[in-house]
Design a protein around this ligand. Structure first.
Ligand code: PLP
Length: 400
């Protein structure tokens, strides 16, 4: 007998956290481990943002705000959507919450009925399918491999939609592939959506500011304003602003949905942490120039990692336009045997053996719904990345 509900029993723990735990255990045993498995920016939070939080504490801002967020923070989000994305949202179409994660989960929970389907292009961020399951929905996966630059094509979307489809999830730039949808590609998706007015779109734009080589971030709601009344535009401070521990997510969405999410939060999360709200308002209203500087730094790291991994025998490494991940294909390593004698039959075998023999922690593609790949987070110091790539090359060269 277990106290844990049947629903919860269907939810495994996070594979990225499992990899981090395994890496930590090896480190504690004295092994030299490089962790490229987590999805955290390695930049510090900007000083002016930290100062706003300090000021809020000093001003004794300790009581919860309105559940949807204080007027100040919602005005800052409103300004951000207008300035960066050309989107107009009224204040009652905006909600802030404890991380993008909570926004996505609450929006699904508030709308999905048992049996409703949610289309998730693969590879996908690990939490999407479990959020859908927790909301009693059915995830429907559509594979988008490297030959399609990991992007969903309109005809694939058309084929995946059924009368039961409630949502599709669109994540650009993508975790784990780094894929960035162009305006034309979003127009193609919008064309399909116009034919299916019962389908809503959850746009996860959290990596918006991490974009390279002149690629541009486009919000579906701006590309197809006629669909805005069934789009959630979700974003947050975890990636570009490096504030992942401050737990800030926000969204622009139709009023009725925001109201339902506020009702849900009033019985569960309450308002977002008020100190983080003050810091978020300062961050969004303040000087944004550091975002481009940080992105340029990430671009350099990406170029070095892509070139180094693409040299490894058996690996093909696609060059992504955004986020801080690469998602190399390892079809050429599958079927080989490691020096330990262990066969490499799956990408999970590959990452486990890589960690055990070379001390490099990455996450297998199976965790993101598309194999055989693995995800490398390059949000680490350059010397560490270079050393990790040397070890991966040595590992691949030793496979027979
Ligand atoms: N969406 C994607 C694609 C992510 O990778 C993450 C975090 O890793 C999130 C949403 C949620 O971020 P947070 O809850 O820190 O805002």
């Amino acid at each position: 007998m277990t106290i844990v509900s049947k629903k919860m029993q269907r939810i495994p723990s996070s594979p990225t956290a499992a990899m981090s735990d395994r890496a930590r255990a090896l480190k504690e045993k004295g092994q030299d481990v490089i962790r490229l498995s987590s999805g955290e920016s390695d930049f510090d939070v900007e000083e002016f943002v930290e100062q706003a939080a300090i000021d809020a504490i000093k001003a004794h801002k300790t009581r919860p705000s309105a559940v949807a967020g204080s007027p100040d923070v919602r005005k800052a989000v409103q300004l951000k959507f207008k300035r960066d994305n050309g989107l107009d949202y009224d204040l009652d179409e905006i909600i802030v919450s404890n991380g993008g994660k909570q926004i996505l989960y609450s929006a699904l929970f508030a709308t999905v009925d048992p049996g409703d389907e949610v289309i998730i292009p693969a590879p996908y961020w690990v939490s999407y399918p479990h959020m859908v399951t927790l909301a009693d929905g059915e995830p429907v996966f559509v594979a988008c491999d490297h030959n399609a630059n990991f992007k969903l094509r309109p005809e694939q979307l058309e084929e995946a939609i059924t009368p039961k489809t409630k949502w599709m999830i669109l994540n650009t730039p993508s975790n784990p592939s780094g894929a960035v949808y162009t305006k034309a590609e979003l127009e193609g998706i919008a064309e399909v959506l116009r034919r299916h007015p019962h389908v809503w779109v959850m746009c996860d734009d959290i990596y918006e500011h991490l974009i390279y080589d002149g690629a541009e971030h486009h919000c579906l709601a701006a590309v197809a304003p006629d669909l805005k009344d069934r789009i959630v535009t979700m974003n947050g401070m975890s990636k570009g602003f490096a504030m992942s521990g401050w737990r800030v997510g926000f969204a622009g969405a139709p009023k009725e949905l925001v109201k339902a999410m506020v009702r849900l939060h009033s019985h569960s999360a309450m308002s977002m942490n008020v100190v983080s709200q003050e810091a978020t308002a300062a961050g969004l209203n303040g000087d944004q120039s550091f975002l481009k500087r940080n992105a340029e730094d990430f671009r350099k790291r990406r170029d070095i990692v892509v070139a180094a991994l693409d040299r490894c025998p058996g690996i093909h490494c696609h060059k992504p336009d955004g986020a801080f991940y690469v998602y190399p294909n390892i079809a050429g390593c599958i079927g080989k045997t490691a020096p330990s004698g262990k066969p490499i039959e799956t990408d999970e075998d590959f990452v486990r053996e890589l960690l055990d023999t070379e001390g490099v922690a990455v996450v297998h593609g199976g965790a993101f719904g598309l194999s055989p790949y693995f995800r490398v987070s390059y949000a680490s110091a350059l010397p560490e990345l270079e050393e990790a790539c040397r070890r991966i090359e040595r590992f691949c060269t030793a496979l027979k």
